[in-house]
Design a protein around this ligand. Structure first.
Ligand SMILES: Nc1ncnc2c1ncn2[C@@H]1O[C@H](COP(=O)(O)OP(=O)(O)OP(=O)(O)O)[C@@H](O)[C@H]1O
Ligand SMILES: [Mg+2]
Length: 235
């Protein structure tokens, strides 16, 4: 479904991604783990077209997307949930969800999709008229995921969904991510510092160090890999 081939991304003249190769098949949950500053967010931003890659190739469902505008990439079926959530604080839950559907042309299905969202996250249904900024951190993360889902993505990019949330909330969010993957056949590319959690939810994973992919394997093998356990699982 998605293939990154020898991707090199820069901020100005500082190179962050170095010959990154990643492949994701339809229906998978893939985890990208790595330390602070490894280049995980930059990888997602490069896929979304927000950071240009200077060389290499990205294809999505057979189309070359690495020179495409971000809004075209969303229309092709890729939605990103940014790190730190970035919901619209002054808009209500409903208005935030509407914004997620902004580029859609099938407006008549939007209401049905909102009902699906409120089924996944009943608390958002109860708080549909509350402004985003007054939601709890966990509810904001739910809203950020929901807003991305309103674009009906084939591929959902999630940047640190567990960041700053209490363990119970984190577990709940991850259950929903798995549910979205199974029920909706949404492919998920998940960036996490919480490697344990991410690898338990994922089918396969990639390890990134200093802008390079240094390891890729099944989630199961990564969880039992001695180096991964020492470096990322604190074991
Ligand atoms: N807009 C920017 N301009 C310049 N450098 C940047 C910019 N954004 C990120 N960087 C640098 O690129 C490198 C990779 O950052 P990135 O945000 O991709 O890391 P990350 O793996 O997501 O880290 P974290 O786990 O802390 O979120 C870092 O050294 C960072 O300082
Ligand atoms: Mg990041």
């Amino acid at each position: 479904m998605l293939r990154l081939r020898n991707i090199n991304s820069f901020y100005g003249n500082i190179q962050v991604l170095k010959n990154v190769n990643i492949e994701i098949s339809r229906g998978e949950i893939i985890a990208l783990i790595g330390a602070n500053g490894a280049g995980k967010t930059t990888t997602l931003m490069t896929i979304s077209g927000l950071v240009p890659s200077r060389s290499g190739e990205i294809t999505f469902m057979g189309k070359t997307i690495h020179n495409m505008r971000p809004d075209r990439i969303v229309l092709l079926g890729i939605s990103q949930v940014p790190e730190g959530r970035r919901i619209f604080s002054y808009l209500t839950v409903l208005e935030n969800l509407d914004m997620g559907a902004f580029l859609r042309t099938d407006k008549k299905n939007i209401k049905k999709d909102m009902e699906y969202i409120f089924d996944l996250f009943p608390i958002l249904g109860q708080r549909r008229n509350q402004v985003g900024g007054t939601l709890s951190g966990g509810e904001q993360q739910m809203l950020a995921i929901s807003r991305a889902m309103m674009a009906r993505p084939a591929l959902l990019l999630l940047d640190e969904p567990s960041l700053g949330l209490a363990p119970l909330m984190v577990r709940q969010i991850f259950e929903i991510i798995k549910k979205i993957n199974i029920e909706n056949q949404t492919t998920v590319f998940l960036v996490e510092q919480n490697a344990n959690l991410a690898l338990k939810a994922a089918h396969r994973g990639y390890v990134m160090e200093n802008g390079r992919i240094t390891l890729s394997d099944s989630a199961e093998n990564l969880l039992s890999n001695e180096n991964v356990r020492k470096a990322y699982l604190g074991l």
